[in-house]
Design a protein around this ligand. Structure first.
Ligand code: FAD
Length: 417
């Protein structure tokens, strides 16, 4: 592959570079990132780091010496354009990098809410270390915290805010939390968990606008005028707010790919080997839309597992071992002292079997999600042994029927024996 240039020094870009060396790539590796810090992990940004329980040094994926030792050239800059004919990348400082193979690992950015006042100070999103630092400072002085969106980022932020002494109000447009990412029983558990801690969750409510503290002089667009003071819901209610975290999903960073004429559809489109429509360019991590063999659809996933396994697959291919991407998706989220772990993708399930306690009231249970008699996914709350067993069952395709899972005394671990 010669000189491999990676754009985006996040989880997937780092992994691609590190695995390339590990698997024996002897050519140059250049890792281009626009954040100006060592590659780091994002999960603690909405958890331990936000709460001040982990400092910056705990976030780095590897120390600076790792990159020196493995001759991975780290370049700080924003890639502005890819010239596919010349096989070059141009950065914002004017430098041009010639590649043998290019890896797009540009990640995703938070979606903004297209409502008046979203430019007010105190209306924030959370993606980067810099965002987390700003939010930490905001939280220290906040009296009224509102979270828009009851997805993982929103709920994790609300839990951390609670642990820092705030009661947060979470506003969600849909009828329950985690609607895109978890089953109804698991969502019910997290609703009750937050309510028990004193966080309020409002469902079926959109945001009409954000009001600033100098609203009298507001010309109506609210853009950048003063600091947020209230959130107006679509039913007209106003919630006082001096800090708003907007967690309504992300958009993949596909501009570079699009401008270079690569196929983009809800992400940078790849084949099952994570090659884009140009055989000299791969895409990995949050920005990549790849064919998911198990469900037969093109998917884009946002998880550490996906970023890491994508990076490894591309590194394998570039060092001579081509395979099809078929790794089992898994994910986790920690809120308060509760950890949810998910193995597989449960979107298409039609039935479920619950193991352990009642999800509404118990602190530990697993939900097995089936389509017909196919096990699609397992969500485990405070049951790490179930999660590990579920990964082995789903990963190796060990058959498990609903009837077997419903039998008295059934355990996932026992099923492995
Ligand atoms: P990123 O990590 O976003 O990296 C992309 C990098 O590319 C960024 O640094 C970006 O600035 C840079 N970039 C983009 N365009 C350019 C350009 N043109 N030039 C140069 N650089 C560029 N996942 C889990 O599995 N479990 C969790 O508990 C979990 N918690 C999370 C909590 C938070 C707060 C966030 C934000 C994410 C969390 N995730 C979690 C998701 C996980 O962190 C992401 O899926 C993962 O970081 C994706 O890696 P990536 O490399 O594809 O993208």
């Amino acid at each position: 592959a010669g000189h491999v240039v990676v754009i985006g020094a996040g989880q997937a870009g780092h992994q691609t570079a590190a695995s390339l060396r590990e698997y024996g790539h002897s050519g140059r590796i250049t890792l281009i990132g626009d954040e100006g810090v060592l590659p780091y992990e994002r999960p603690p940004l909405s958890k331990a780091y936000l709460k001040g329980e982990a400092d910056e040094s705990r976030l780095w994926l590897r120390p600076e010496t790792f990159y020196e030792r493995h001759a991975i050239e780290r370049v700080t800059g924003t890639a502005l354009a890819v010239d596919r004919a010349a096989r070059t990348v141009r950065l914002d400082d004017g430098t041009v990098h010639r590649y043998g193979h290019l890896v797009l690992a540009t990640g995703a950015r938070p979606r903004a809410l297209p409502v008046p006042g979203s430019g007010l100070r105190g209306v924030r999103t959370l993606r980067t270390l810099a965002d987390a630092e700003t939010l930490k400072k905001d939280l220290a002085g906040a009296a009224h915290v509102v979270v828009v969106g009851a997805g993982f980022i929103g709920l994790e932020f609300a839990a951390a805010a609670h642990d820092l002494g705030h009661e947060a109000t979470v506003v969600e447009a849909l009828g329950r939390p985690l609607a895109r990412v978890a089953s109804a029983p698991t969502a019910e558990h997290f609703t009750r968990l937050h309510e028990r801690h004193g966080n309020e969750l409002l469902f079926g409510q959109g945001i009409a606008r954000f009001h600033g503290d100098s609203d009298g002089a507001d010309d109506g667009d609210g853009a950048g005028e003063g600091r947020v003071a209230a959130v107006e819901l679509t039913d007209g209610r106003r919630l006082p707010a001096d800090l708003v975290l907007v967690g309504v999903g992300v958009t993949p960073c596909t501009e570079l790919a699009e401008a270079a004429g690569l196929r983009v559809a809800g992400g940078i489109v790849t084949d099952s080997r994570l090659l884009t429509s140009d055989p000299h360019i791969s895409a990995v991590g949050d920005c990549a839309a790849f064919p998911h063999a198990r469900s037969g659809r093109h998917l884009r996933l946002e998880s550490v597992q996906n970023a890491v396994d994508h990076g490894r697959l591309v590194a394998d291919r570039l060092t001579g071992t081509t395979r099809t991407y078929d790794d089992l998706p898994w994910f986790w989220s920690t809120q308060f002292t509760t950890t949810l772990q998910i193995a597989g993708l449960g979107h298409d399930h039609d039935t479920q079997v619950v193991l352990g306690g009642d999800p509404g009231n118990s602190g530990a249970f697993s939900v097995l999600l089936f389509r017909g008699d196919d096990l699609l996914a397992v969500e485990s709350v405070n049951r790490p042994a179930d999660h590990m067993a579920a990964r082995r069952i789903l990963g190796s395709g060990i058959p498990l029927t609903r009837r077997e899972a419903s039998a008295a005394g059934f355990t996932l671990k026992g099923h492995l024996k």
